[in-house]
Design a binder for this molecule. Structure first.
Ligand code: NAD
Ligand code: UGA
Length: 459
């Protein structure tokens, strides 16, 4: 019996886990994930997967070698695939028109051109990457004007998983969104993809729409989520000067069923590869379509986030008697959130960079981020710069420190041996909780000076 073949271009944070889930749930489908990045593919085929994600190892182990394959032969997999998912990166453009805002679609375009060049029959192309509205039109134009070998349908099927909970999100998604051309051939392609997801997702959670609604919904979903964080973070600043407690405010407003309790956790700022990039992309689109007021409205979400990160750094410097020069500052957490080793756009990068600019000695500990990723280029310092150190434990980072700052909400930070940590620190021992996870009262009783986001200062 013929087995449907799915090919996925891009073995990253989305391509790897998403395809592993499809393979695990659909043993009747052959899934091949391809990426020109040899090391990444080798890692996917090894016992040490390239990304850390709870539950991922198990589902990869279940399907790998059976109906899940990781390869570098991109062209071969395009030729054999019936459905081709495009999961390549769409970073913010760093050059030319739209630099700093627009999405850089060079990987999408080169994937489309490669498909047009090597495909020998009809294919369904699925945009899984997050892209600006109307990208499907560009992909279709490239495919249809460069290939006469078969019919192409382009579907939009954005991914809504969050890192750290990717497997649970894929297993039990709030919804699956599939957009397609509203033609008989488009409808047939949509139906084919619906059938894949329907193996484990209830039909009523599989939404279909036109292409443009689907493409735009992804950007809007991320913009709304990020907006909630910027909203509560803006209020955190007001709480600090009024004596209100941001967690109490979030709890009170979140009980209103129209507002809801999720995504109201004040923090040092949101990070991750997508929120900022996707909002800037939305801003660029609004400007492009002559809607400057709409653009400004959404851009303020990113501005508020930048302000929150800087505000946190400034708070550290101000509290440490206006100078951190030569002082050891322990940073707990470098990932952009717990349960991931991803550091892209992490608030920690901004805070560490700010402290290094003030000539502090910064000692970072993160349970999952390797030292070479902490010493990353975006910090703007020499790899050998002795002002940045990486510690093997929270205790080691804090030993001899003037201050300790929590930047990622790893569970293990909640239950550290704080008495021992206090012992090893300079006094006054300052603590800056950028995630509001530490036992503040108990730490204050021990003798720490604790600053926490959106919390009234200690009496
Ligand atoms: P990533 O950078 O981790 O992975 C992208 C991979 O694509 C890279 O390994 C790269 O080598 C590969 N690639 C580039 N061109 C290729 C080609 N022609 N053929 C095959 N492989 C190619 O990116 P990611 O985090 O997986 O994100 C991918 C897309 O998904 C982005 O558009 C992102 O906005 C979106 N998204 C990401 C998340 C997330 O949690 N990271 C969630 C939802 C949506
Ligand atoms: C986010 C969305 O939640 C996903 O639906 C989407 O698919 C994904 O972006 C994407 O398009 O890439 P992700 O960035 O992985 O997922 O993680 P989130 O849980 O959304 O957290 C993003 C950032 O916001 C983190 O830095 C987190 O610590 C912060 N955050 C989150 C808060 O500061 N407060 C909150 O209440 C929630």
């Amino acid at each position: 019996m013929y087995k449907t073949k799915i090919t996925c271009l891009g073995a990253g944070y989305v391509g790897g886990p998403t395809m592993a889930m499809i393979a695990a749930k659909c043993p009747h489908i052959e899934v091949t994930v391809v990426d020109p990045n040899k090391e990444r593919i080798e890692a996917w085929n090894s016992d040490r997967l390239p990304i850390y994600e709870p539950g991922l190892d198990e589902i990869v182990r279940e399907a790998r070698g059976r109906n899940l394959h990781f390869k570098t032969d991109v062209e071969g997999a395009i030729r054999s695939g019936d459905i081709i998912f495009v999961c390549v990166g769409t970073p913010t453009k760093t050059y030319g028109v739209g630099a700093g805002r627009a999405a850089d679609l060079k990987y999408i375009e080169s994937a489309a051109r490669m498909i047009a060049r090597v495909a020998e029959g009809s294919k369904i192309i699925v945009e899984k990457s997050t892209i600006p509205v109307k990208t499907a039109e560009a992909i279709l134009t490239i495919l249809r004007s460069n290939s006469t070998h078969g019919e192409f349908q382009v579907l939009s099927n954005p991914e809504f998983l969050a890192e750290g909970t990717a497997i649970a999100d894929l297993q039990n998604p709030d919804r699956i969104l599939i957009g397609g051309e509203r033609t008989p051939a488009g409808d047939a392609a949509v139906a084919k993809l619906v059938d894949v997801y329907a193996r484990w997702v209830p039909r009523e959670r599989i939404i279909t729409s036109n292409l443009w609604s689907s493409e735009l919904s992804k950007l809007v979903a991320n913009a709304f989520l990020a907006q909630r964080i910027s909203s509560i973070n803006s209020i955190s600043a007001l709480c600090e000067v009024t004596g209100a407690d941001v967690d109490e405010v979030a709890n009170a407003i979140g009980k209103d069923s129209r507002i809801g309790p999720k995504f109201l956790k004040a923090s040092v700022g949101f990070g991750g590869s997508c929120f900022q990039k996707d909002i800037l992309n939305l801003v660029y689109l609004c400007e492009h379509f002559g809607l400057p007021e709409v653009a400004a409205y959404w851009e303020s979400v990113v501005k508020m986030n930048d302000w929150q990160k800087h505000r946190f750094t400034k708070q550290i410097v101000r509290t440490l008697f206006n100078t951190v020069s030569g002082k050891r500052i322990a940073i707990l957490g470098f990932a952009f959130k717990k349960d991931t080793n991803d550091t892209r756009e992490s608030a920690a990068i901004s805070v560490v960079r700010g402290l290094l600019e003030e000539n502090a000695t910064v000692v970072v500990y993160d349970p999952k981020v390797p030292a070479e990723e902490i010493r990353c280029d975006v910090l703007g310092i020499d790899k050998e710069d002795s002002r940045l150190l990486v510690a093997g434990s929270a205790e080691e980072a804090a030993d001899g420190a003037h201050a300790l700052a929590v930047l990622t909400e790893w569970d293990q930070f909640k239950t550290l041996d704080f008495a021992k940590i206090l012992d090893g620190m300079h006094k006054p021992a300052f603590v800056f909780d950028g995630r509001n996870i530490l036992p503040r009262d108990a730490m204050q009783k021990l003798g720490f000076e604790v600053f926490a986001i959106g919390k009234p200062a200690a009496a």
